[in-house]
Design a protein around this ligand. Structure first.
Ligand code: PLP
Length: 596
């Protein structure tokens, strides 16, 4: 509240001063922003003066707009008023701080907010620190063990590559500063763009999209604009294989297309015959195909060239979902498989951390003939003649975190990047091979190998032991591991992606845990353990459950908590036992005190 009041007070003071100088404000009321009309003839003079005084101001065609945040103070108001009095040749003024609000009565808040006890409870630094730590201890994270989530790429986010984020030279640059004030960023952006084009084989890039899904959306707008320019606006069908990530059809629909699903064959590959039939059937309205390579089933599809060629033969363009690019870097690239446009997930493949949902970067890349259709931005070089308008408010999206990918690429170099890809593929295949007598890998390529991730089929255990995939996921917590991806993209399976960043010792620990869990399932299959009350159904086991005097499970406490020797040495204790996931998913409203 104090912060808001201070911002409002400074804004009000500037408004009074500007009025005294004779400027016409565009609004009678304001919170943190004052806008006023400025004669076009004054613009050059304002530009010169503001550069001279080292003040950046936002001015559009016919008006100037100034906003305050909590880092500003009275001296900033003074500097601004002196700039504008100089501009019109008037004497400098500085009105008294204005604490009268201009916010209309009916818009002023009367209700309480932040009333939950948590906002009032922790009033000393010690208490707050302990509270935060208490929450942290409930999380199993990369600080404990590998997180093998498939399709997410939880790779190492090295401290070195993240270091520059906190440097004020990068952290405090406004996204709209004139280009000649951001030479460091310009260099990083240019070098990163060049590297990403080289890695993918594409000619042009836009760094605007803030996520993979937004990258898909941007790429689809690019395809749409291209067809429109060629008088082919009727092309509105996007073909999408059944194995695709859910964002693919969602993005296509948001971009205004209709989607047609292509089936997959028994080995998880695109059904080429179905693709050829549909491409022919929709020939006159075919806009393109969205294809993930290697696929979300974790295999390099042998028929990929036939697939992309088919689309081109029928007048469509190929969009490649680049989320699995970490299986390609240095070994192959989207252009060589026939893609025209693709997105990358810098927060998957190129070292930006993305646990907790952000911040992401999903750049969209294209061949030269599509470059003019990539999203533009009024403040970027292509601003004036943009065909597809900006899809992010900043010209380079989440520019700050580009520093991480830039460092990641520069530090690894060509050899290191290629080695990372090889290691990622090797690690996935190592897990698949070591688990092959215990779990069935659902999809493999012709040569028996997977790409950078693998899907373990757990559907059989339902029949043999009444064990569901979720029971395995929960039991892994007792072993100190975060579960792999559960039931995506195939229900009843686990999708595992170790990445290149895990050592063989850590992979071995994970493999041992999976093997031990398979033995626990076997005991149920053999009738040695109960079908309802067993190590898996009761997982995860909390401290309070195991220490309780009324503990009466038919297996030892030790086996529940320390099923393998090395677990005791670095035990992660789950803080709650089994919850009803489906119920939680369907009832999004929290039963605790509202936080807002
Ligand atoms: C993660 C992912 C996406 C979406 O990326 P976001 O950055 O989460 O929006 C799309 N496709 C595939 C195959 C993915 O794995």
């Amino acid at each position: 509240m104090a912060i808001a009041q201070q911002i409002h007070q400074l804004t009000g003071t500037l408004a009074v001063g500007l009025k005294q100088l004779g400027f016409k404000l565009l609004h009678d009321s304001h919170f943190d922003t004052v806008s006023f009309a400025l004669d076009a003839s004054m613009r050059d003079k304002l530009l010169n003066l503001s550069v001279q005084k080292e003040i950046n101001i936002n001015f559009a065609d016919a008006y100037v707009s100034i906003s305050f945040d909590e880092t500003k103070n009275e001296s900033d108001v003074k500097a601004l008023l002196s700039l504008f009095s100089d501009l019109i040749g008037a004497k400098a003024i500085m009105p008294d701080l204005n604490s009268k609000t201009t916010i209309p009565q009916q818009l002023q808040r009367t209700s309480d907010f932040l009333t939950a006890t948590v906002f009032k409870k922790y009033r000393t630094e010690h208490e707050l620190m302990r509270y935060i730590k208490k929450l942290e201890r409930k999380d199993i994270s990369l600080t404990h063990s590998m997180i093998s989530l498939g399709s997410c790429t939880m790779k190492l986010n090295s401290a070195t590559s993240m270091f520059a984020l906190s440097w004020p030279e990068f952290a405090n640059v406004h996204p709209f500063v004139p280009e000649n004030q951001s030479e460091g960023y310009n260099k990083v952006i240019a070098e990163l763009s060049e590297a990403l084009c080289k890695i993918t084989g594409f000619d042009a890039i836009s760094l605007q999209p803030n996520s993979g899904a937004t990258g898909e959306y941007a790429g689809l707008l690019t395809i749409r604009a291209y067809h429109k320019k060629n008088n082919q606006a009727q092309r509105n069908i996007i073909l999408i294989p059944a194995s695709a990530h859910g964002t693919n059809p969602a993005s296509a629909i948001v971009a205004g297309f209709e989607t047609v699903t292509i089936s997959c064959d028994a080995t998880g590959n695109i059904n080429v015959q179905d693709l050829q039939e549909k491409a022919l059937q929709y020939e006159s309205v075919l806009a393109g195909l969205m294809v993930t390579y290697p696929s979300t089933h974790g295999v390099f599809e042998d028929d990929i060239l036939t697939v992309t060629q088919t689309i081109h033969n029928h007048g469509g363009l190929v969009y490649m979902d680049g989320a699995n690019m970490n299986a390609q870097v240095g070994l192959t690239n989207p252009v060589s498989i026939g893609a025209d446009v693709c997105h990358l997930n810098l927060h998957k493949t190129f070292g930006i951390p993305h646990g907790g949902g952000g911040p992401g970067v999903g750049p969209v890349l294209a061949k030269a003939f599509l470059a003019e259709f990539l999203p533009g931005h009024p403040y970027a070089a292509n601003g004036k003649k943009m065909v597809v308008k900006a899809i992010a408010s900043a010209p380079y999206g989440n520019a700050n975190v580009l520093l991480i990918s830039h460092a990641y690429i520069k530090l690894l170099g060509e050899t290191g990047l290629t080695k990372s890809t090889q290691m990622a593929i090797l690690n996935a295949n190592y897990i698949a091979k070591r688990l092959k007598d215990f779990y069935q890998t659902l999809y493999v390529g012709k040569n028996g190998f997977v790409a950078h991730e693998l899907i373990l089929d757990c559907r059989e255990f339902k029949k043999t032991a009444e064990i569901e995939v979720i029971d395995i996921a929960k039991r892994l917590m007792d072993y100190g591991f975060h579960a792999p991806t559960v039931s995506f993209p195939v229900p009843g399976t686990l999708m595992i992606e170790p990445t290149e960043s895990e050592s063989v010792e850590e992979l071995d620990r994970f493999i041992e845990a999976m093997i031990e869990i398979r033995k626990e399932i076997k005991e149920i299959e053999d009738g040695k353990a109960d079908k309802k009350i067993n190590l898996l159904k009761n997982a995860p086991h909390t401290q309070s459950l195991l220490i309780s005097d009324s503990y009466d499970y038919p297996y030892s406490r030790e086996r529940a908590a320390f099923p393998l020797e090395w677990i005791a040495e670095n035990k992660f204790w789950p803080s709650v036992s089994r919850i009803n996931d489906a119920l939680g998913d369907r009832n999004l409203v929290c039963s605790c005190n509202s936080v807002f």
